[in-house]
Every structure is written in C-alpha cells, then in structure tokens.
Design a binder for this molecule. Structure first.
Ligand code: GLA
Ligand code: CA
Length: 766
C-alpha cells in the first residue's frame, strides 16, 4: 500500500520520470500531449536558501506546474573571474529542489535580466572598460558573456529534461525589443546559449506590440509576451505578428514594484483572475510575475531612469505578489488557487502551514564613530574617478580635495551618481540627490585650504532603458568651485561589504554617516520586520547579513529580517545612518511589514511652480475623438510631420468627469510602427495625482498597462480640463501617428476628445 502510494507520487512528480518537452505548432507538448504551462516567477537570491523548499511547495499548492527564474550574473561573478554558486546563489540546488517538489523549471540567464536589480543583472565591473558596449553586438562583450553563459550552462546541464531534470525551456535575452532591434546580437546570444549547453526549447519575452516583437525575437524562437492586463487584446497583437506558435504570457504582471518616495503599487485581483481564467479557457500558458517576489537584499536594488528622471527601487520586492515578501499566503494567492482548481478540476495539495512572524522588543542602539573616522588608503588622481574605475561596485566613495578660496561659494558637479553628502572641514553643507536633478550646492568655506569631502553613495544602477551602457557611479566630469575646476582628488573606497567589527560607544552630535549598534534579544527565532521609523536613511546588518536600504520617505518603513538569520538569544545589529545623530535610536521587530507609508515630495511633480503650458496660436496637428473602452487606439496623422516635441491635450473624458487618465503612450513612425521610447522624456503634465495614487505622468512610458498618468483628484482644487502632457522624443523623427492605451482598471478620466500638437521646438510656458 505504502509502496503503491509512493510510486503514484513519484509518477506525478516532474523529476522522477524522463519526460519530453517540445513545441509543435500551436502547442507546448509534454510527453507527446499538449501542455499548458502554469508557471510562477520566483528568484533564488531574493529568498534565503533555507526557505526555498517551503516557497516551492507553496507554488505547487497554488496549482502551478512550473516555476521560472532569472539567473543573476552580477551575483555569480561579483569580480571578474571569481565565481559564486554557493548558499543563496546555488542555482543548481534551487532547480533540483523545484524538480523534487514536482515542478518544471524555466531559466532565463539573460545576460540582461532587468528585474529591478542593479544594472539589470550585469556585473558593474563590465562598465570599467569604456571601449566596450554592454548589451550589444560588441565582440569583447560577447566574449565575456559567453564565459558567463558557459558557467551557467555547466550548472544547469544535469537538470535539463533530456538528462532527467525539470528544465523545459530557457529564455534568450530579456525584452530586447524594448531596447533595440539588432538581430545579429540576439542571434549571438541564442547561439552562445546553444554552445553552452542550453539544449532545450528556447524562447523570447517582449511587450505585446509589433515593434517590440519585431525587434526582440527571432524566427526560430517562440515569442512570448509580457503585460499586466488585457490578455485578449495582447494576444490579438501577437496574432498580427506571428501565428502557428504556442501562446504564452512570458510575464503576467500580477503586481508591481515600488520606488522610494512614491505611492505603493499593487494590482487588482479581479482583473488578474479574469486574465488567468481567459488563459486557462483558451489554452494559453502563463508565468505569473512575480508569484513570490521576496527581497532585494544588500545593494542589489535597481532603479529606473532617463535623462531627466531617476527613481530608485525600494528594498522589498513584495510586488503585491500571490505569496508575499516573507512567503505567506495572500488573498491573491487564494484567488489564483481557486481559479486554477476550478478550471482544471485538479485536486491541489494542501497549503503548507507557516509559523507566524515574531516581534522583537524595542531596543536602544548605541551611537558609535562616524563612517569617516576610519578610512582606507586613498587612490589619488588629478580628476575624479568613478566607482567602476576604482574597482568598486556598491556603497560609498568619499572624494576629498582642498578648497582654494574662502567664503560662500557654489559647488557644481558635472555628473553626480547618485546621492552626495557634502562636508567642508567636517561641517555638513547639505545633500545632493540625483532623483531631484540636484547638482549644485552653496557651501561656506571658512578658510582657503579647507577640506572638501563629498561622500557619494550609489543608490543603485538603472536596470531598464537606454542608460544601461553608461550607468556608472560616483562623480564624473568636472567639479567646480565657482568657475574654478577642483583638482587633485583623494578617493576613499567604502564598499560597505561588512560593518566594522569593533564598534565602541562615543556620543557625538555629527551630521554625517554614523554607525549605530546593539544586540537584539530573541527568545524564539522567526521572521520579523524591523521598524526603522526612528532613523532616516541607510543600511542595516543583522549578524553580518545586509538587509538592504531603509529610507524614511517610504513607502517601505520596515525591513524584512528572515528568521533563519537570527539566533536564539543575542543578535548583533549594526545600522549605518546617513544623517548622523538621530533623536531616538531605538529599533523593534514588528510581526507585519509596513510597505505603504510614504512622505510625498511635491517638488517632484513634473510641473514646476510658475509653469503653464501655452498653446495659443498653435494649430493642432490632429484633432479627434477616441471610443470608450480598454483597447489600444491608433490615430494616424493626415500627413507625417518632422517633430521632436509632442503635446497631447485631452479636452474631456468619456464619463464626463474632470480628470484625464492614460496607461501608455506611443509615437508611431510613418509606417505606423512604434518609435522606441528609450530616449523619450515626459517633460510636463499640467496635473498629476501623486498622493492618492501613483499617477505620475512618467507612467505613460513605463510599458506597464496598470500604471497610469492620472490628473490630480485629491484636494479641493482638483484640476479641470483641458489636461495636457508633453513628451520630448530626444531628437527629431518623421512622425506618422500616436498610439494610446486607455487605463485598464477603472473608467474615470478615459480620454474622449483630444488635440495633438507636434513641434520641432519646445512649447511655450514650460
Ligand atoms: C519587465 C522585465 C522584468 C521586470 C518587469 C517589471 O517585464 O522583463 O524583469 O523588470 O518588467 O517588474
Ligand atoms: Ca504605464
């Protein structure tokens, strides 16, 4: 009886028997039969390895038959030629456990992986060599990438299906169609994957539009599509591009990530369920992104940025996903589980029980010496060097020089990535923050020969868009005092890879990065959420593990501390506090996270005080009316125009309300193809709701249908029509039309009558 049971469980598990997987026409085939992939994305380094099995069991119990993971090059090769596949980086072990738990596996080795991760997974040291262009068909880059690919190939080979393992597919690159269209590059990545042993079905992932599909996939690769809502419309787009292939949502964005200083994001469960039901009914495979997001521990958070904006991802990668950051079931999980059970009739495994999170009593931390008090030997040079030049990937570099003249003066930085604390003879002069495009500061120099210290922190490298190849950290170009360029710099490298061992208490009222330390008393280890609301900005280490960045601006106020990193009894905690002395340096462990308490900074609205777009005297290039509904709308101009600037003016809304809301905006070329938006900036919006929700106009070009531009609706003076938004395309294009994606969730503000204005020169008043 027992033996029979065991045999049954084995035959049901993905790993026990030799399966076959292939693509035949419109189907994925498993063991010769059409197979619907019900996958969930889950990333091994975002979860302590001790928890992998429990999370994978949760995936199985939700009704998933597959999990999908990226491979994180910058973790596996932190320094060129030094490889790490141990502990939380043990990719092979992760795949093995997934197989043991009866799950198939999809791997996505990149090399580019985006995923809100520093430089989209590329090791920062790649940026040192300025003669090489990363993510391109550059021979040097391809050679280095192949070495990486071979390493990964060696790790995954035993787990390929043809070798009895759970791997069914591997992805080539990642959303390359949102970045470029060089098929030679894509083919090079595909071929090196084949040479490296990825002997399985290969596929690509791209946004559901003709230009992204055209740019991002190859004729012999299965094209999957990524989006966060509106599956029928998206697959209608795919059908226009290619038919006779299996249909799969490569990334079904059932959730979204957060930026520091912006409202917490999420997704609507009913809408997600509707899409999942549609997939299950129509034989469409999917990969829920994220099934379980986990945490961007350490310095690995990414950011979004273009030439006039920069937004840093928070530490939590909760993502509003089905399984929350600490691996616990959410209402979304239950809704997906019910949907899958109903559609398939399968009896799903019981949901494994999880121990409750713990609390840790309020603990006072002891102040210690400033970060600046113990400095390594500096690297000297005439002009400033970047982190990458200094062979440093993360943390802080202290730039030091002497100031030639006394008095109140202006200090100007050519390029500052990303956050600088400026000190003159040890006195804090203020902070410069790239998120706010700050590059100048007035300083008080007590005497000629005073010491200037600029402590520059990397807030993380951009992981999406055109800045990737040049996203270096620290100071670049010139630093000027008035009009005099400052020379002869000392660079002190502070990679913060571990906090100092011997911290001793000293009481000092300094306004500069300071260490705090103490012991957390834990009677029974368990998951907890450290409340950092008494501190302002910095990093936390517990028993040597870097929990990530905290920042009082929110929306994240607590840091996830996994129970497996705690000991019974005393636990060493070290906090690096950027601002120096805080009033009440106490910390406590809560039994639930705070991820949605944000201090809105209205100075970050696109419309600056005094700005008022003035279109008088201009004739609209095109006027018209959009139909109601969620479908993307293409409006072609009567005649193509040469233009660099675009203004969309919304005159009213479908429902007669006073708002404007829009999900995505594309500019089309003469042939109706979308112009890549990598160099686009949103210059102006007459109004944005950034408190009641994240309604920033920047959401118009972020690819995600669930993020929208929404004009202000909170407060007494919510703005009225007409509403307008202005894009700078970065250079002049021959423009043929505009594509608009209405908001998908909720009908308020959907545009009815509109004017388009195209121009070669900037519009007046802004
Ligand atoms: C894209 C990328 C993912 C991730 C999501 C947003 O789809 O492929 O890596 O960045 O956007 O979370
Ligand atoms: Ca959007």
């Amino acid at each position: 009886m027992l033996a029979a049971l065991a045999a049954l469980t084995l035959s049901m598990s993905a790993q026990a028997t030799h399966h076959t997987f292939s693509v035949q026409g419109e189907h994925f085939m498993l063991d010769g039969k059409p197979f619907l992939i019900r996958s969930g994305e889950i990333h091994y380094p975002r979860i302590p390895h001790q928890y992998w099995r429990s999370r994978l069991k949760m995936a199985k119990a939700m009704g998933l038959n597959t999990i999908c993971t990226y491979v994180f090059w910058n973790l596996h090769e932190p320094t060129e030629g030094k490889w790490d596949f141990q502990g939380d980086n043990d990719l092979g072990q992760f795949i093995k456990i997934a197989g043991e738990e009866g799950l198939f596996v999809i791997v996505r080795p990149g090399p580019y992986i985006c995923t809100e991760w520093d430089l989209g997974g590329f090791p920062a040291w790649l940026l040192k060599d300025r003669s090489m262009t990363i993510r391109s068909n550059d021979a040097k880059f391809l050679k280095i990438t192949e070495t990486y690919m071979k390493k990964v190939g060696d790790v995954i080979k035993p787990y390929l299906m043809k070798n009895g393992g759970p791997i069914i597919m591997a992805q080539v690159e990642n959303e390359y169609g949102s970045y470029g269209s060089d098929h030679v590059y894509m083919a090079a990545i595909r071929d090196m994957m084949k040479r490296s042993g990825f002997d399985c079905t290969l596929f690509t992932s791209d946004g559901p539009s003709q230009s992204m599909l055209k740019g991002g996939t190859l004729p012999d690769l299965t094209p999957t599509i990524n989006f966060g809502g509106g599956a029928p419309n998206a697959f209608a787009e795919l059908a226009k591009f290619r038919t006779g292939v299996p249909r799969m949502i490569g990334e079904f964005w059932a959730g979204w990530f957060d930026h520091w200083g912006k409202q917490h994001a999420g997704s609507n469960i009913q809408n997600n369920v509707k899409d999942m039901e549609w997939c299950l009914e129509n034989g469409v495979s999917f990969n829920v992104y994220m099934f379980h997001g986990g945490t961007n521990f350490g310095f690995m958070q990414g950011s979004n940025g273009g030439s006039n904006d920069y937004n840093v991802d928070i530490t939590s990668y909760d993502y509003d996903s089905a399984l929350n950051e600490s691996g616990r079931v959410t209402p979304k999980y239950m809704a997906f589980r019910d949907t899958i059970a109903k559609a398939t009739g399968e009896k799903l495994p019981e949901i494994p029980a999880m121990p409750a999170p713990i609390t840790i009593a309020k603990t006072k931390l002891t102040q210690s010496s400033p970060l600046r008090s113990s400095l390594p030997t500096p690297v000297k040079s005439e002009s400033v060097k970047t982190f990458e030049d200094l062979d440093q990937s993360y943390g802080i570099v202290l730039y030091r020089t002497t100031l030639p003249t006394a008095g109140k003066q202006t200090l100007t930085f050519d390029k500052l990535h990303d956050y600088a604390i400026v000190l003159v003879d040890g006195v804090n002069q203020g902070v410069l923050d790239r998120r706010k495009q700050e590059r100048t500061i007035t300083i008080e120099v007590p005497k000629a020969g005073a010491t200037l210290d600029v402590m520059v922190e990397s807030l993380s490298r951009v992981n999406f868009g055109g800045l990737i190849p040049t996203e270096r950290k620290g100071l670049q170009g010139s630093v000027k005092l008035g009009t005099t360029e400052l020379k002869n710099w000392e660079h002190y490298r502070l990679p913060l890879s571990a906090p100092p061992k011997n911290l001793s208490p000293v009481a000092i009222a300094l306004k500069e990065p300071l260490w705090y330390f103490g012991d957390l008393e834990v009677s029974e280890p368990g998951d907890t959420f450290l409340d950092l609301r008494n501190f302002t900005k910095g990093f936390v280490w517990v028993n040597g593990k870097n929990l990530g960045r905290f920042w009082r601006i929110g929306p994240q106020q607590t840091l996830y501390l996994p129970g497996v990193w705690l000991n019974k009894g005393k636990n060493k905690i070290v906090v690096l506090e950027d601002s120096g002395k805080v009033k009440n340096p106490t910390i406590e462990g809560l039994n639930e996270p705070i991820l949605d308490e944000v201090a809105i900074d209205y100075s970050r609205l696109l419309r600056k005080p005094g700005q008022d777009l003035n279109l008088t005297g201009l004739k609209p290039t095109k006027s018209g009316s959009l139909p109601e509904g969620t479908k993307a709308q293409t409006v072609m101009l009567d005649n193509p125009v040469d233009a660099r600037y675009f203004c969309l003016e919304a005159l009213n809304s479908q429902g007669g309300d006073q708002w404007t809301a829009l999900a995505e905006l594309w500019i089309l070329d003469e042939n109706g193809n979308e112009i890549p938006r990598t160099d686009f900036k949103v210059l102006y919006a007459d109004s944005e709701e950034i408190n009641g929700e994240n309604g920033s106009a920047a959401n118009l070009i972020d690819l995600q249908p669930t993020t929208i531009w929404h004009t202000q609706w909170q407060g007494a003076k919510a703005a009225k029509h007409p509403h307008s938004v202005v894009l700078d395309l970065g250079k002049s294009y021959k423009v043929g039309g505009v594509k608009l994606l209405p908001r998908q969730e909720g009908a308020n503000g959907r545009i009815k009558d509109f004017n388009f204005y195209f121009s070669q020169s900037p519009f007046k008043g802004i």
